[in-house]
Ligand binder design. Structure first.
Ligand code: PLP
Length: 474
């Protein structure tokens, strides 16, 4: 059967009529249909007309080495000739087995068991349910049954399913759904910039640990686990935690016999400069959720890693019903596992993390320039994760009114110059694929700088040399 080739107008029409996009006010899409991406290669996205855009946010934080990475393409093609999908409910297949082995080898020591799911949210759901069930079934009998609650940090984001929303702390996304969710304890976040305690870093970090300590010392008997985004609260606006914070959280959990769930969905697979953010502080969590970068940005796949100790609490006779009753139809999909294995092989073969260090330093140097811009209130960087916060007044740190959509306008401007960005409110996010080349990184920074300058200071943005489709890449 030959696919009907649709024109751009037809596709836009159909998009207006039938698409419902995530985190998007659809009235605006009805008036102004979305850009339609037909192809992607390396760090570039290409639309139907062949115009190219640098992918400045790794297609929402997932792409690792770049688009159409040959080794991953081939791994998926190879697997598709064997089987596109077979279930893990009662069966196994080589890619799932080999990937579990590989992840256990690469993860912080002690995380030996790998449970698959499909995306970051489900990996978090799995971690929450495992932590809960662990205490219900752990060897000490009934003594730990009361450990049923969770501690989450203010401004946290762990995904959009209801368990993940329960431990989420971003009002704009989560408040409406509160009647549907369970209540979690809220610890103060490592929020260095606009600290709710009115303190600045590093005093803030210490105060925040104090908030967690208070909760744990009073309520540890009812708490199953603490959940944290390590080093960076991503969706909150790339809020970086002070050094030692994660380690401090680990120590407090140990002291109060509470499990630690680390959500590495955004930070995993090299974004922070190490394979996992936990490595920066030598922390092993009891449970770790990974997703976004796991397949290099190819296919939806997630995993929740845990220890033998937790795993063993689920072993028992059939009649005891200690089984972990959880699994999705596509859990551990072979194509996705094959992509993930290839993704991890590229890390080794191309020494991705080694060459990344230089790029991280280069990025840091170039970001210094942004401090000259009048409306840049803060620049936060953790490896290849960057948040540039725009403010109306730098002295008072007065934010722009929400209605002004300053972040959105900057991204729109960048877009006209060939750079795709998606902001978090007034925070401009830069999260390029790790495989970006230095000259592409320069271009990305250049466009972002000019776009901020144009929108916030009204300084016209001289057009940059165009990068036409089919132009030389490299
Ligand atoms: C994106 C994200 C999630 C949710 O992942 P999805 O794949 O979008 O469900 C969870 N936690 C963190 C830290 C994230 O950044």
């Amino acid at each position: 059967m030959v696919e009907r080739k649709s024109t751009q107008a037809e596709l836009e029409q159909a998009a207006r009529r039938h698409l419902w996009l995530p985190f998007t006010q659809m009235r605006e899409v009805e008036e102004d249909p979305p850009l339609i991406i037909a192809e992607a290669q390396g760090c570039y996205l290409r639309d139907l007309q062949g115009r190219e855009y640098l992918d400045g946010v790794s297609s929402l934080w997932v792409t690792i080495h770049g688009h159409r990475k040959q080794a991953i393409d081939l791994a998926v093609l190879d697997q598709i000739q064997k089987a596109a999908h077979t279930t893990l409910l009662g069966l196994a297949h080589p890619p799932a087995i080999l990937l579990a082995e590989k992840l256990a080898a690469l993860a912080p020591p002690g995380l030996t068991r790998v449970f698959y799911s499909d995306d970051g949210s489900t990996a978090v759901e799995v971690a929450l349910k495992m932590a809960f069930q662990y205490w219900q079934q752990s060897a000490s009998g009934g003594a730990t049954r009361s450990k049923t609650r969770f501690v989450a940090f203010r401004h946290a984001y762990h995904g959009d399913t209801l368990g993940a929303v329960s431990v989420g702390g971003i009002d704009l996304f989560h408040r409406l759904y509160r009647p549907l969710t369970f209540e979690a304890f809220r610890a103060e976040a490592p929020y260095c910039y606009r600290c709710p305690l009115g303190k600045t870093y590093p005093a803030c970090g210490i105060a925040c640990l104090g908030s967690l300590e208070e909760i744990l010392s009073q309520h540890h008997g009812e708490i199953a686990a603490v959940i944290i985004e390590p080093l960076v609260q991503a969706a909150a606006g790339m809020i970086t935690a002070p050094p030692g914070f994660l380690k401090g959280v680990r120590d407090l959990c140990n002291r109060h016999q509470v499990l630690l769930i680390v959500d590495e969905v955004a930070t995993g697979f090299g974004r922070t400069g190490k394979l996992f953010a936990c490595e920066h502080e030598g922390v092993t969590p009891n449970l770790m959720a990974v997703a976004k970068g796991l397949t290099g940005g190819y296919l939806p796949l997630a995993a929740t890693l845990t220890t033998e100790e937790i795993y063993r609490a689920f072993l028992g006779e059939h009649r005891e019903a200690k089984t972990f009753f959880h699994g999705h139809s596509y859990t551990g999909n072979p194509l996705a596992c094959a992509a993930a294995l290839a993704n991890l092989r590229v890390f080794e073969e191309e020494r991705t993390l080694e060459s990344l260090q230089e790029k991280i330093d280069y990025l840091r140097q170039m970001l210094e320039e942004f401090r000259k811009l009048r409306h840049v209130g803060d620049i936060r960087q953790c490896g290849f994760i960057v948040g540039i916060e725009l403010v109306r007044d730098r002295e008072t740190r007065e934010p722009y009114p929400w209605e002004e959509r300053i972040g959105g306008r900057v991204c729109r401007e960048a877009f006209h110059h060939g750079l795709f960005l998606r902001p978090l409110g007034d925070v401009i996010v830069l999260m390029p694929p790790l495989g970006i080349r230095p000259h592409e990184l320069t271009r990305l920074i250049d466009i972002a700088y000019r776009a901020i300058q144009k929108v916030t200071e009204g300084i016209p943005c001289p057009s940059l040399p165009d990068r036409q489709a089919g132009g030389r890449r490299g």
